[in-house]
Design a protein around this ligand. Structure first.
Ligand SMILES: [Zn+2]
Ligand SMILES: [Zn+2]
Length: 303
């Protein structure tokens, strides 16, 4: 099966995205991880790393990649961007670390601190990183991102800017990826501002609204974890279809229109009946005309 292409416009695509894992829970072979590269390049970054091996194997089996899984892991992935340190966003990175090559792990300081003190330690695993407990194996280099300033990604032509998100008791992260004059926005887990008593999404929408207006933002990748039936008090820092659309209305008011904007819906939580509900609810109530896209593990998308 060839790679599927989802292009909204006739313009040449700016990005290729290969989902290695797409779900928000329990299936450890399919947890949040998305490889992103400029179209035509094999120099990828990986947004979160819940599942690596199973996703890479699937992508090789479906001919999304024409090299071996080992080459994808070691050579194609040039760095990881971890939105927050919940296990469903980083367990693939930990488990694959003995087989991986030298690269950077990017994230907010608070996220890197958790990885440093809880995962790459000699009691829970081995310290494959360049900071934290001795001895340090120095395969991974922590690169803390400052919110509000764009950082160049080593061994790629991409730049990334981090924005803090509110995710219950944790700070999660949105990563705005730039390649030349094109952008793609990946959000880690987040609740709605109104529920989280936060302005983080408001600030993010203010930052990207000019890019939406100028048609430079090629896609937004954002979570919807629960169907609308889930009570607000048990969302645990996640979105429902209703809350996603409320946030998109804020963006629409800032940008003028979001009609046709590519919205990749991530982190749907099993059971499958809930996933079906989420998809039906989003389809039934999409007043802004967003182009809703459901990623498939191992199948490439271009934007
Ligand atoms: Zn999660
Ligand atoms: Zn989380």
């Amino acid at each position: 099966m060839p790679a599927v292409s989802i292009a909204q416009t006739n313009a040449a695509p700016a990005f290729r995205v290969v989902p290695l894992g797409i779900l928000g829970g329990i299936d450890e072979s399919n947890l949040s991880a998305y490889m992103i590269a400029p179209a035509g390049s094999d120099n990828y970054i990986c947004m979160d790393a819940g599942t690596l091996h199973a996703g890479i194997e699937k992508a090789v089996a479906t001919k999304t990649f024409s090299v071996t899984g080992e080459q994808v892991l070691k050579q194609y992935i040039k760095g990881y961007f971890i939105s927050h340190a919940h296990l469903d966003h980083i367990s693939g990175l930990i488990i694959n670390s003995p087989e991986d090559s030298t690269k950077n792990i990017y994230g907010l300081k608070s996220t890197l601190e958790t990885i440093k003190t809880h995962y790459f330690t000699w009691e829970s695993w081995a310290n494959f990183a360049n900071e934290g407990e001795e001895p340090r194996l120095k395969k991974y280099h922590y690169k803390a991102l400052e919110p509000g300033s764009e950082a160049a990604v080593d061994n790629t032509t991409m730049q990334v800017q981090a924005f803090p998100l509110s995710h219950s008791n944790l700070t999660s992260t949105a990563f705005l990826v730039r390649s030349n004059d094109s952008y793609i926005l990946y959000l880690g887990d987040t609740g709605a501002d109104e529920i989280e008593k936060s302005y983080n999404l408001q600030k993010l929408w203010e930052a990207v609204a000019p890019l939406v207006k100028a048609k430079k933002l090629k896609a937004i990748m954002i979570e919807v974890s629960f169907p609308n039936g889930q009570p607000d008090k048990t969302l645990f820092g996640h979105l429902t279809p209703k809350w996603l659309m409320a946030e998109m209305a804020v963006l629409k008011n800032l940008a003028g229109s979001v009609k046709g904007l590519n919205l990749v819906v991530t982190h749907l939580k099993p059971p499958v009946q809930n996933i079906i509900k989420i998809k039906n609810q989003l389809k039934a109530d999409n007043p802004l005309g967003l182009n809703l896209i459901y990623p498939q593990q191992g199948i490439a998308m271009v934007f």
